[in-house]
Design a protein around this ligand. Structure first.
Ligand code: ADP
Length: 533
């Protein structure tokens, strides 16, 4: 790994203080930190002591025979007490500067590469005590710890820079650098999003404040002043920019200042035009789709009701027939030789009762068939079920199905649309009756049970003793248009499920042992049902 990075000024200042102290403690004219910068060796820091001939930033070529060069090459400490008396050092270039004694130790980067040396030099013979040597080694440790920290920060910075560079180059996201309100550089994507040319940028015409429509400016200032100044970053937020042609573009912007509280930084800009268009389209298709559910649900309801017409007409015919019979009886009592007003009154009362019953039945049917807007209320689910069971009782009788109701009286109310919930129960009951129509070897039993569970809410179970469902078909049951019936539409169960889910509930099915299936509708309860007086 190459280490060419510039050391932070704070580090260099600290090292300066260290060498100044070193020269003072050891009492020598010169204490130095040297750095190797091939092909040279440079004086990185030089003590501000009197008689020091070395100027900071001075360089000497490698291979010129300096004491420090030897330390760097051998990676070992070097002590030269008196070069003039030492054949190996007699002609080294430091002597020309008057430095005849030397004590130095190598300083390394964390990966082991040589950084340079820390050393002391004297103009007279000096054997340097062991204490000074140990001091030098300690100072060396401090330098290496600083280098380690610096190296780590440098690596992190490089990684961050590489990431930003990759983003800039990838041209997927708009990136611009800013100083104050001026955009100083940007990638092509950013220019493309806003419809600017690079010339516009170079001429300094693109200013952040003018890019932002007035209604966003206040929020921008708030963001900038509070969040960015304090934390150094702005979490991505949506806003708009003006394009060069004056039109607006919706964008997502994330901002990072180069330094906390700093006046320079980088911003990332994502064009949201496509996403906004897709969102609007999704909303529109959801609306259209909603209209098509509603229409299908209506059609399905009408179909289900069609299947019930025969039974229902019986339900209606019966009270009407009773009305006629009672009216005839009333007439007879009136035309009797001695009319009996008591009997006539009774006949009228029976007529009113029967006519009201017929009316009720008709009203329920009308409610179930008509396309009414959503009407949310607190529903007593047991009552709603009883009504549907009454409506379907003739149909059940026609198919020799015995209906059992096991309803829990203490159920909470359900917040929802009563008619929709009734439609679900109606569908499940009709399906169960139909499923059992071929069963000849056992009783045809339809059980409707309600209960409650603390965690899963209200349970409505519709159980039959029909043929059951093959495991492979279970998953497909709720798919729209899945039917095994000749005349079936295959929409019933999928509509039922969406109704139940629309009530924040779940509709599931399981196969009974030994026969039949159970549909389970789970609904959240809204409050306790307090029985009336
Ligand atoms: P459709 O009744 O028009 O077929 P549904 O969505 O109501 O549409 O039902 C889909 C299919 O699910 C039915 O065709 C039938 O095969 C199956 N199914 C529904 N309920 C039962 C049941 N209780 N027992 C057995 N199969 C059932």
């Amino acid at each position: 790994m190459q280490h060419f990075a510039q050391l932070p000024t704070e580090t260099v200042t600290k090292w300066q203080e260290m060498v100044d102290l070193l020269a003072e403690i050891v009492q020598v004219p010169s204490a130095l930190i040297m750095r190797v910068e091939p092909p040279n060796i440079r004086v990185l820091v030089s003590s501000k002591s009197s008689g020091n001939p070395y100027e900071p930033a001075e360089t000497a070529p490698l291979n010129s025979g300096l004491y420090c060069e030897t330390v760097m090459k051998t990676r070992r400490p070097l002590l030269v007490p008196d070069a003039l008396q030492d054949d190996a050092w007699k002609s080294n270039p430091d002597i020309k500067l008057g430095m005849i004694s030397y004590l130095g130790v190598p300083v390394s980067w964390p990966d082991g590469q040589i950084f340079g040396t820390i050393c002391v030099l004297d103009s007279k013979r000096n054997a340097y005590s062991d204490l000074f040597f140990r001091l030098l080694l300690k100072w060396r440790d401090v330098l290496e710890a600083d280098l380690k920290l610096f190296d780590m920060l440098d690596k992190q910075l490089k990684e961050r820079e590489a990431k930003i560079q990759r983003l800039v180059d990838a041209d997927i996201i708009g990136v611009f650098m800013w100083t104050g309100t001026r955009i100083i550089d940007a990638n092509d994507t950013f220019l493309r999003i806003l419809g600017y040319e690079r010339d516009d940028l170079d001429s300094g015409r693109v200013r952040l404040t003018e890019l932002t429509p007035p209604e966003w400016r206040e929020r921008d200032v708030e963001h900038w002043l509070l969040e960015l100044k304090q934390t150094g970053t702005l979490q991505p937020f949506e806003k708009e920019y003006f394009r060069k042609d004056g039109s607006r573009v919706p964008v997502l912007v994330g901002v990072a200042a180069f330094e906390k509280g700093g006046n320079e930084g980088v911003s990332f800009v994502l064009d949201l035009t496509e996403r906004k268009r897709a969102e609007a389209e999704a909303r529109e298709s959801e609306r259209r789709y909603g209209e098509i559910q509603a229409a299908l649900a209506h059609a399905n309801r009408v179909t289900t009701m069609g299947q019930l017409v025969a039974s229902i007409s019986h339900e209606v015919k019966q009270p009407i027939g009773a009305c006629v019979t009672n009216a005839q009886a009333g007439l007879r009592w009136l035309s009797a030789r001695s009319p009996d007003p008591g009997e006539v009154r009774l006949a009228f009362e029976r007529i009113i009762k029967e006519a009201t019953r017929a009316c009720d039945v008709m009203n329920h049917i009308r409610d179930l068939v008509k396309r009414s807007p959503m009407h949310t209320e607190r529903v007593q689910i047991n009552d709603a079920i009883r009504e549907v069971v009454t409506l379907t009782s003739s149909e059940a009788m026609k198919h020799s199905v015995s209906v059992r109701m096991e309803l829990d009286d203490g159920l909470p109310l359900v917040l929802g649309e009563r008619v929709q919930l009734q439609q679900v129960v109606l569908n499940l009951i009709i399906n169960a009756i139909e499923a059992m129509s071929d069963v000849d070897d056992r009783q045809r039993v339809l059980t409707i049970e309600t209960s409650q569970d603390e965690s899963t809410g209200i349970h409505v179970m519709v159980r039959d003793s029909g043929p059951g469902i093959a495991p492979d078909d279970i998953a497909r049951l709720f798919e729209p248009f899945y039917t095994t019936k000749h005349e079936g539409m295959g929409m019933g169960l999928s509509i039922c499920r969406s109704i139940v889910e629309g009530h924040k509930g779940r509709l599931t099915v399981s196969v009974n042992s030994p026969q039949g299936v159970t549909f389970l509708m789970q609904l959240p309860g809204c409050e306790k049902n307090i029985p009336g007086p």
